[in-house]
Design a protein around this ligand. Structure first.
Ligand code: CMP
Length: 137
């Protein structure tokens, strides 16, 4: 079980200035923030990041949303990081997210769901390398 994961604060949450709220939830859950960076994804970078969804009907809209404004990307560490972060953010669709999760508390919609988390240790490795190419291993 790996101890690291990638998180993204998505454009809807950055637009509402919810970064501090999300970072306080991250601290309260015992994560250590190893890297944190605000950036604007180009359409090509957003396409590349979500290429696994390229055939899905929501792909074009997702790419457009993710490149519509700044995001904050972070490298989080704690024991069982992938599952712990996914539990804290809740279900992809905020309407189905458990009470007390970040998406239940602040997300707007299935697309504008405020935060992203890697879904496996293997993908965490891929996604951390995608944003933090120079990170030490
Ligand atoms: P995320 O966890 O970043 O992974 C893929 C994203 O696609 C997801 O969060 C949502 O923001 C977005 N999305 C939009 N529509 C759907 C859908 N029908 N199913 C899954 N994800 C969707």
């Amino acid at each position: 079980m790996s101890n690291k994961t990638l998180m993204i604060i998505k454009p809807d949450a950055v637009k509402r200035q919810d970064m501090g709220y999300i970072l306080s939830r991250i601290k309260a859950a015992g994560f250590k923030v190893r890297r944190l960076e605000m950036k604007r994804l180009s359409v090509d970078k957003a396409k590349d990041f979500y290429k696994v969804h390229a055939e899905r009907p929501f792909y074009d809209s997702l790419v457009s949303f993710m490149s519509s404004g700044p995001v904050v990307v972070g490298w989080l560490e704690r024991e069982n990081a992938v599952n712990s972060w996914r539990q804290l953010i809740g279900a992809t669709n905020p309407a189905e997210a458990a009470v007390g999760t970040i998406r239940k508390d602040i997300a707007e919609s299935l697309e504008a769901n405020s935060v992203h988390g890697s879904d496996s240790d293997e993908n965490a490795e891929i996604e951390l390398n995608f944003f933090f190419e120079d990170r030490p291993h």
